[in-house]
Ligand binder design. Structure first.
Ligand code: P6P
Length: 349
């Protein structure tokens, strides 16, 4: 029986892809893998320990934190701190970015943005959840980190990935040379290569959106949903609606089978719900590397200006042809609002 390649072996093998990296990025990915195994262990025991349910705290978004949100955040920050390759952590669970002080991190050249546990409210009902991470290089390796190093566009990412804690635990990541998936083998405690060179089908028959908000959607989204529901054999419609309420679970399925995930602007989320820096940018990098597409309905996610750590955006992400059809509907039925600022510039809303 062929022995599966471990994450560590794969990273070292691929190190040659990054001549500038003298192993630092490899070690950073290893550190993330270690924290993921620890978080996975706790999630698998959720319910047996006093680790599910609400914590007494709110996160920066004013959302009730779950005990596992805090635990996962602590584990990833601790692993990055002790690994020494990361100097700044941006986390959904922390209002400000975290400066990783300390002797071993003083020359660190990477900035990590992380959603430690996306969809954590699903843990209490045993639905798959995930961790999302994004890696940037410092622009100036010496001196104090500057704001423009923190708010880099998605197109500047050097790596991005997600963990899905599901029926099996997987790590899926890219460093800009394709997407590879690793499944945790609990018997040896190693992530092993199980999904080499992942590609998302250009077409799919699955659309993922919370139709409960239908009345509040932009007309372009409403028209796209109706397009998905119309009978049309040559285009395999009607499509199938699948929405788990955990983006990582929906996205992982859609990457493997084909599909589109949409979280548009709604009345309660006028700028969208998902965050650009540690949810949409990393997922967009991965999906593009797998041959898919990701936009806010009008513009490529990876090109969006980053103006604040926790900014939100609408997202249309998945199979290339499905995203392009949705963008077509948005352009026609919900044309991007353009307004002149008092300087006379055109501002796109
Ligand atoms: P709604 C989880 O909170 C999350 O960020 C995504 O993982 C998920 O797809 C979405 O929000 C669910 O939001 O408004 O449909 O409950």
């Amino acid at each position: 029986m062929k022995v599966a390649k471990t994450l560590g072996q794969f990273i070292i093998e691929k190190q040659a892809d990054h001549p500038y990296a003298k192993g630092e990025l490899s070690r950073l990915l290893r550190d993330i893998g270690i924290a993921a195994k620890i978080v996975n262990r706790e999630i698998n025991k959720a319910g047996l320990m006093d680790n599910i349910g609400e914590a007494e705290t709110m996160n920066v978004q004013g959302e009730q934190q779950k005990k596992m949100d805090i635990y996962a955040n602590e584990q990833f920050i601790s692993a990055l701190q002790s690994g020494g390759e990361c100097c700044i952590v941006i986390s959904e669970e922390n209002n400000e970015y975290i400066n990783i002080e300390g002797e071993i991190s003083k020359d660190a050249k990477y900035i990590v943005a992380i959603d430690p546990l996306d969809g954590s409210s699903n843990i209490d009902v045993n639905v798959s959840v995930g961790t999302i991470f994004s890696v940037y290089r410092r622009k100036s390796p010496e001196g104090k980190v500057t704001p423009d190093e923190i708010l880099q566009k998605g197109v500047e990412q050097v790596a991005a990935g997600y963990l899905i804690y599901g029926s099996s635990t997987m790590l899926v990541y890219t460093t800009g040379k394709g997407v590879n998936g690793f499944t945790l083998d609990p018997s040896i405690g190693e992530f092993c290569l199980s999904h080499p060179n992942m590609r998302i089908p250009e077409d799919g028959i699955i659309y993922s959106i919370n139709e409960g908000y239908y009345t509040h959607f932009p007309d372009g989204v409403k028209k796209y949903i109706k397009y998905c529901q119309v009978e049309d054999k040559p285009t395999s419609r009607p499509y199938t609606s699948r929405y788990i309420g955990s983006m990582i679970a929906d996205m992982h399925r859609n990457i493997i089978l084909g599909g589109i995930y949409i979280y548009p602007v709604t009345a309660s989320a006028p700028n969208g719900k998902l965050r650009l820096v540690y949810e949409c940018n990393p997922m967009a990098f991965i999906v593009e590397q797998a041959g898919g597409k990701a936009s806010n309905g009008y513009q490529r996610i990876l090109d969006l200006e980053v103006t604040e750590l926790h900014q939100r955006t609408a997202i249309f992400i998945g199979s290339k042809n499905m995203v392009e059809k949705a963008e077509e509907m948005m352009a026609f039925f919900s044309p991007q609002q353009k307004k002149k600022t008092f300087e006379g510039d055109i501002v796109i809303q």
